[in-house]
Ligand binder design. Structure first.
Ligand code: DLL
Length: 431
């Protein structure tokens, strides 16, 4: 099923023509309206007139998460503020989030792309979609909501958590599709196993949309077999509208990326050189239809490859593979993007904390921060130790929105690495 068959199956030649037209317009727009981009273009000795073909994109500067943070809160806008209708944010490394603004047209485009995604997996207006992602600054809730409503499906804005209520909603309102993170899906699967077959039989579940975090094919298979539904992979990021950037179709062999909205490149993250289709590298995305805040050559830091072969579904928009990892050290816990630097900044701002620390991630979203403290405190009063542990836990929670366990250890106990320190030990089985 198609939402916009003519665009989704547009012959490549025409699709590329459309991309070039939109790329030229986007480049002109940012050059004229966003002083920061003009500066970046000039530093790279380039200008909009240099863009004559799609390959010329490599003449343009990259945009990094640092650029977004440097321009926080609203330095990259290309419209006046009265044109904006929505703000979303995503965590960054320096305490300041990355802020992304949308005009009415931007929201409509995002919802339309989301509607395409859902339609290609079979959602119609007779479906009931239970949206189990958090509503708020995170895009997972609202952007999915708008897309499903556009199709005319009944949306249950359940948000995340309160599993008993989620199960009741599923049962009472005949939920056919759910939208959730893989970690929540695993939690839900354990509950389904406890409840047994009779409970599952009462439900009308057909599909789950899973994304916002990396997960393996094995996790997907596990969820499919326990929840007895199809799992579709959904990829997106706040900087590019959130969910709805790339999505699996009914053939479930890679995610179609909407190339009329985004120009994609894969580059070697070390050399920045473009890589041919099929090779794994960093995904770089340029917005082609954004009005409020266009972004040029955004370094997603996500590692994937382009699948050049045509998909059996007939769509001409190319697919990307399941995300294979990140080119930086960001990790995702309970759907929250966390950079080790955020943790380091908190630890180093507190007295009696030494320089060495490690972060352990375990199943069920457990996170433990082991940190060395001064010998004097370690050997001293237990009350002082407890207070430090409490303070660190609270400060970390305020910074990363997740409450870790904090273990205070004697100085010299954590290994000192030669070269780049390994800080994060991800022992979660689902990744
Ligand atoms: O996670 C948007 C989203 C919501 C996508 C709901 C899908 C479903 P951010 O919080 O900005 O936005 O996080 C974006 O999450 O750069 C990837 O590293 C990771 N990510 C998102 N989807 C997937 C996926 C939303 N399907 C960051 N597989 C991205 C692997 C994913 N990683």
């Amino acid at each position: 099923m198609f939402w916009q068959k003519n665009i989704e199956t547009l012959p490549r030649e025409q699709l590329e023509k459309l991309q070039l037209l939109r790329l030229k317009a986007t480049v002109k727009r940012v050059y004229a309206k966003v002083p920061y981009y003009k500066k970046l273009f000039r530093a790279k000795k380039t200008a909009p007139k240099e863009i004559k073909t799609l390959e010329d994109i490599t003449k343009l500067p990259f945009t990094t998460r640092d650029d977004l943070q440097k321009n926080y809160p609203d330095g990259l806008l290309s419209v006046t503020k009265d044109k904006l209708v929505r703000l979303h944010t995503s965590s960054g490394t320096t305490g300041k989030p990355k802020a992304v603004f949308f005009t009415e047209k931007d929201i409509a485009t995002a919802a339309n792309n989301m509607a395409r995604c859902l339609t290609m997996t079979g959602v119609t207006k007779s479906d009931v979609l239970q949206n189990m992602m958090s509503y708020g600054l995170f895009t997972g809730g609202l952007m999915m909501h708008y897309g499903a409503e556009k199709i005319g499906a009944l949306v249950i804005p359940a948000a995340i958590g309160n599993t008993d209520r989620q199960l009741l909603l599923m049962q009472d309102f005949g939920t056919t599709s759910i939208h959730l993170t893989p970690s929540y899906a695993l939690y839900l699967a354990a509950i389904f196993e406890k409840k047994g077959r009779a409970f599952r039989k009462k439900l009308k579940l057909k599909r789950a949309y899973m994304g916002a975090e990396p997960y393996t094919e094995e996790t997907k298979n596990k969820i499919e077999s326990i929840l007895k539904l199809k799992v579709y992979n959904s990829y997106g990021l706040t900087e590019m509208n959130g969910p709805g950037v790339a999505f699996e179709c009914g053939f479930q062999a890679g995610m179609h990326l909407w190339e009329d909205s985004y120009l994609m490149e894969i580059v070697d993250p070390k050399t920045d050189r473009p890589l041919p289709d099929g090779q794994t590298g960093e995904l770089i995305l340029t917005t082609l239809t954004r009005e409020g805040m266009p972004i040029i050559r955004y370094r997603t830091r996500d590692l994937t490859a382009i699948i050049p072969e045509k998909c059996k579904c007939g769509r001409t928009h190319r697919r990307i593979m399941r995300i294979k990892g990140r080119a930086d050290d960001m990790f995702i816990l309970r759907g929250v993007n966390i950079y080790p630097q955020q943790i380091e900044r908190v630890l180093m701002s507190v007295a009696h904390v030494e320089k060495n620390y490690q972060i352990y991630l375990e199943d069920n979203d457990k996170m433990t921060v082991k940190v060395e403290i001064t010998k004097k405190l370690f050997d001293g009063n237990l009350e002082h130790l407890k207070k430090l542990q409490f303070d660190l836990t609270e400060k970390l929670r305020a910074e990363i929105m997740v409450r870790p366990s904090v273990e205070l250890v004697e100085p010299g106990t954590l290994p000192v690495s030669e070269g780049k320190a390994k800080r994060v030990f991800d022992n979660r089985k689902i990744y």
